[in-house]
Unconditional design. Structure first.
Length: 362
């Protein structure tokens, strides 16, 4: 492995942290499952992602890589891809002759029309694909399966906490947090804040999501209660957006109460604060703050998601899907979760919601 351009990825991350990618590499070397497939992957170009790209490389894929607009590629990772002779392209530089798109936040929609279909990682991207009229190819949504809980709840929540502490130097203990969105990412952030004793207030459009927030011990405010939301914003140490909806705050609320918070932080791929807020008023110029640190999400939480992304290739290659959005198969997701739990000796549901207190009102 001395002359292997991917060696840096092996040096940074022990094999025991990436059981799915390690197994996939062994299979890829032996069977070359992606031979003859032209694949474009839009994914944060990080050292973690090198393991995923290495699987495609070993499997014989003709790979082109792009980086999502919400982050800059990591220079170490770019150097590896260059040394391996792999193409890194901009969105404006892409040909339209790919078999499969591996997408993130639907940023390749309208730029590439794949022959076999696309596999989308995120909730934001899944929503965009679902709302696209006359979509003429199938899209498999990894986000629309329970396997995404490993990244979104465990990984992204942990990444938010590490990024906020690293970027601000602030102590999160006993702070007031206003959290927009209580889907997988929002719940993951609240889970990561639990050890700090934060007082979390949740804003969501969904009564069901608000009910879950209350059961998890948080105050919950319907998004249409403008007065209560603005009062909560003004009293918060940090306001966090995690809905995946662009312009959310600017469209519905006055700017001034939000500027009274010590910090504004976006965790969605879109600019959720919107045009009323200058870029410098929001951490990391409105980009997701976790991508501003060296290791945005711990690789043990990415490994099963990367694996599901690749399983989407096999599904599209071997089965006929109708055009439109399809959830990643539930039985495959449950198998991935079970294997991950056994490998790391973690009961996902128990770990997430142990010791939660039910509260009324909100």
């Amino acid at each position: 492995m001395i002359n292997d351009p991917f060696k840096i990825a092996y040096d940074l991350f022990p094999a025991k942290e990436i059981p799915f990618m390690e197994r996939a590499k062994t299979i890829a070397r032996r069977t070359r499952p992606y031979e003859g497939l032209k694949i474009v992957q839009n994914l944060p170009i990080t050292t973690e992602a090198l393991h995923k790209i290495h699987v495609l490389y070993l499997g014989g894929a003709d790979i082109t890589t792009t980086c999502p607009s919400f982050m800059d590629p990591k220079h170490e990772a770019l150097s590896v891809l260059k040394a391996a002779g792999l193409r890194v392209a901009t969105f404006d530089d892409l040909p339209d002759d790919f078999d499969i798109v591996l997408d993130c936040a639907a940023e390749l929609l309208g730029r590439v029309t794949p022959k076999l279909g696309a596999v989308e990682l995120t909730g934001t991207g899944s929503n965009i694909y679902a709302e696209t009229p006359n979509l003429n190819y199938p899209v498999i949504s990894v986000d629309q399966s329970r396997v995404k809980v490993l990244e979104a709840l465990f990984g992204t929540g942990d990444a938010f906490q590490r990024a906020f502490t690293t970027l601000t130097g602030e102590d999160l203990h006993d702070r007031d947090v206003l959290l927009f969105g209580y889907g997988k990412v929002g719940q993951g952030i609240s889970y990561a804040l639990r050890p700090f004793g934060c007082r979390v207030t949740v804003v969501d459009t969904s009564p069901a999501a608000l009910d879950i927030a209350r059961r998890h011990g948080h105050k919950a405010i319907p998004s249409e209660d403008t007065v209560a939301v603005e009062q909560a914003a003004a009293a918060s140490f940090v306001v966090v957006t995690a809905t995946g909806r662009a312009e959310l705050v600017s469209k519905h609320y006055a700017r001034e109460p939000f500027l009274k918070a010590a910090y504004l932080a976006n965790m969605g791929a879109e600019d959720e604060f919107g045009a009323d807020f200058a870029a410098e008023a929001v951490m990391v110029n409105k980009k997701p703050i976790n991508f501003a640190i060296d290791h945005p999400t711990r690789i043990r939480f990415l490994d099963p998601i990367f694996h599901a992304h690749h399983m989407g290739i096999e599904l599209l290659h071997n089965f006929d899907f109708t055009p439109g959005l399809h959830p990643f198969p539930g039985f495959m997701a449950e198998q991935i979760i079970a294997e991950w739990e056994e490998h790391f000796d973690i009961d996902v549901e128990k770990a997430l919601w142990a010791d939660q207190t039910e509260v009324s009102g909100g």
